[in-house]
Design a protein around this ligand. Structure first.
Ligand code: NAD
Ligand code: UDP
Length: 319
């Protein structure tokens, strides 16, 4: 039986990856310090004989007993309000955490896949974004703590591949959504749905002309699964190329939820990228992958999930 370590296991993507690898017959070790994650996302796995959970901060030395075949490094705050609240931890998990996990991969002779992001392209001057675009990031801007941690993460991963022969994979994840996102993590989908469910106006930042391209979680997990098992060491974009402005997206959510609320405009956060759309040619050619779930279908499933939360969870404030 193959053994895989998944960091960030109690988070949104990490928990879906745990489910997928358990379903594929792997032994899964989930690791998380719960800084932005929630054990609720994986509690259904606690009784599974092929699942173990380690409560651990990966910026500290990481030890796993016995053999290890694969590592998925997904630990990191991922939403702008999270990484603005805990900027130093964000820098540390992308740098020191990645260093620890690459060291572990080297010792165990395990293959490691790291979760990079479309944010390494910053506010992109090339559209759609291809993997050979170097990006446009403000190193000292508020988002720099996340973007630069992820850029460093890619560099050290490539260095371990080149200089130590570690088998590495790099996925550049574009905005991904679905059940188990945290309602108050500030990302636009939980924000808008939460507002609709609480009967509040939907907050558009800026004039809403900025674009994003939203990928449903099952498509993302499939792309990651294929990349891990491929023999391709260069970065691969995984995302849904269907691009929409935030203003049009707010209208879609108003229709989906049937809310009577309106949209209100707030200032655009500093360095908020104006456009984002993955070029997924590489994923198609190398992995035979493309996004399958339409926004309509994915948003329906996501709305069902948020609707099923208790009113207590819906009203919970984060500090
Ligand atoms: P999330 O916040 O739901 O999950 C991240 C998890 O990592 C949390 O459970 C958190 O507690 C854990 N964590 C953070 N620091 C840790 C540390 N030092 N030690 C151990 N665990 C730690 O976020 P997510 O959306 O699931 O994102 C997962 C990964 O995917 C992140 O690396 C993120 O940068 C990347 N990513 C996500 C998206 C997206 O759209 N969801 C886009 C691009 C990249
Ligand atoms: N956004 C918004 N209202 C909100 C939350 C976000 O208009 O209540 C905008 C945000 O400014 C950005 C887009 O939605 O332009 C996507 O934001 P998110 O935080 O989900 O992802 P990211 O900016 O990291 O792609």
């Amino acid at each position: 039986m193959k053994k895989i370590l998944i960091t960030g296991a109690a988070g949104f993507l990490g928990s879906h990856l745990c489910d997928r690898f358990i379903a594929e017959g792997y032994f899964v070790i989930g690791m998380d310090n719960l800084i932005t994650g929630d054990l609720k996302n994986i509690e259904h796995l606690f009784k599974h004989k092929n699942f173990e959970f380690y409560h651990h901060d990966v910026t500290k030395f990481v030890h796993v007993p016995g053999d290890l075949d694969y590592i998925l490094h997904f630990a990191s705050p991922a939403s702008p309000i999270d990484y603005l609240k805990i900027p130093i931890q964000t820098l540390k998990v992308g740098s020191l955490g990645t260093h620890n996990l690459l060291g572990l991969a080297r010792v165990k002779k395990a293959r490691i896949l790291i979760a990079s992001t479309s944010e390494i392209y910053g506010d992109p001057l090339v559209h759609p974004q291809t993997e050979d675009y170097y990006g446009n990031v403000n190193t000292i801007g508020p988002r720099g703590v996340y973007d630069e941690a992820k850029r460093f993460q890619e560099s050290i991963t490539m260095a371990y591949h080149t200089f130590h022969g570690v088998e590495t994979r790099i996925v550049r994840i574009f905005n991904t959504y679905g059940p188990r996102m945290r309602l108050n993590d500030g990302r636009v989908i939980p924000a808008f749905i939460g507002q609709a469910l609480r009967g509040e106006d939907l907050t558009i930042f800026g004039d809403g002309s900025q674009t994003r391209s939203f990928c449903y979680v099952t498509d993302q997990v499939e792309g990651i699964f294929r990349l891990l098992h491929s023999d391709y060491e260069q970065p691969v974009n995984i995302g849904n190329p269907n691009e929409i402005t935030i203003k049009d997206f707010a209208e879609e959510i108003i229709k989906l939820t049937g809310t009577n609320q309106k949209v209100v405009y707030h200032p655009l956060p500093i360095n908020d990228p104006m456009q984002r759309q993955p070029d997924t040619t590489r994923a198609k050619n190398i992995l035979g992958w493309e996004a399958k779930v339409s926004r309509e279908e994915g948003m329906k499933l996501t709305y069902e999930y948020f609707k099923s939360l208790s009113s207590e969870e819906l009203l919970k404030e984060e500090h």
